[in-house]
Design a protein around this ligand. Structure first.
Ligand code: ZN
Length: 302
């Protein structure tokens, strides 16, 4: 078993099922660079292991993942130049300048890695709970199936909180539907696990206490299929949505996302690549809580 710093990797049922657990509960499993690099490594290990048939991705603690890490001490240390910097900041475009640097780094560590996990040669199940915000959605969406604990909420808050047009892996219209995607991005409001189930985004909703056990039972059921069958079912669906434009649309929207970053870098005197209070984006202390998207009110009371 490989020793990871930000996640755990284990196999059960004689290796049929591998379980990747994001393990930064103290920061709601926010995704720092170290975690993302380890996650790629863990997914590749599961793919390479011929015994593994189903991969479960889950998060330790009350929250699956609250998105990209924007402020933990580990994130700041691994980003800053010097001894503590993560090696990935000096490769894959990390030494380039401006838009080239940002586009290459986000392509490698936010976009293409997520696409690669979507195309994993194994069946993947995201098992989620708590708030699944912004880049938390990316980790759930790249899996073949999503199961959720009761009480889970899904939202992309980067529009209302950072002045960005959604996260790098822009699957929103495919998962929520075009109009719901616009509504949720323009308001930052959330949908519940039950609503996500109605949309077809979530397959099962379990009581929180049973999530782990039921996710494993669900995975076990899928392990009974011949591997060729499960792989070709996955591939048929993925190739169908690719024919409908999924992968090309994602690539286009990644470019639009980078245009949005470039705008902010250009207009912000400090070069910050997202919106700031002087442009109408709330300061961190003034950020309003995420509320459910309700049919009968402009902004839910909570
Ligand atoms: Zn970005």
């Amino acid at each position: 078993m490989v020793d990871y710093k930000y996640l755990t990797y284990e196999t059960i049922d004689d290796g049929l099922i591998s379980i990747i657990t994001l393990n930064r509960p103290e920061v709601r499993n926010a995704q720092n660079r170290g975690l993302l690099v380890e996650l790629h490594d863990a997914f590749m290990a599961a793919e390479a292991d011929d015994a593994v048939r189903v991969v479960i991705l889950r998060g330790a603690g009350p929250v699956f993942s609250a998105g990209h890490d924007l402020g933990s001490p580990q994130h700041l240390a691994e980003r800053a130049p010097g001894e503590t910097q993560h090696p990935s900041y000096s490769i894959n475009g990390g030494t380039r300048l401006g838009t080239e640097l940002m586009t290459l780094q986000e392509w490698h560590y936010f976009f293409q890695n997520t696409k690669r996990w979507r195309d994993l040669r194994k069946i993947t199940i995201a098992s989620v709970q708590g708030s699944v915000y912004a880049a938390g959605l990316m980790l759930a969406w790249c899996c073949d199936l999503i199961v959720a604990a009761e009480g889970t909420v899904f939202a992309d808050v980067v529009g209302t909180r950072l002045g960005m047009c959604g996260v790098e892996y822009f699957a929103h219209p495919w998962e929520f539907g075009p109009r719901k995607a616009k509504e949720l991005l323009l308001t930052g409001d959330s949908i519940s696990a039950d609503e996500a189930h109605q949309l077809g985004m979530v397959s099962k909703v379990f009581p929180a206490d049973d999530l782990s056990e039921h996710t494993i039972a669900f995975a076990r059921r899928i392990t009974t299929l011949p591997t060729i069958t499960s792989l070709l079912i996955k591939e048929s669906v993925n190739q169908t949505v690719d024919q409908m434009g999924f992968s090309n649309a994602l690539a286009s929207c990644f470019t639009i996302h980078e245009l949005n970053h470039s705008y902010w870098r250009q207009v912000n005197p400090s070069g910050i690549p997202h919106g700031t209070p002087e442009f109408g984006v709330p300061a961190r202390a003034d950020v309003l809580p995420v509320v459910p998207a309700e049919k009968g009110s402009v902004r839910a009371a909570r």
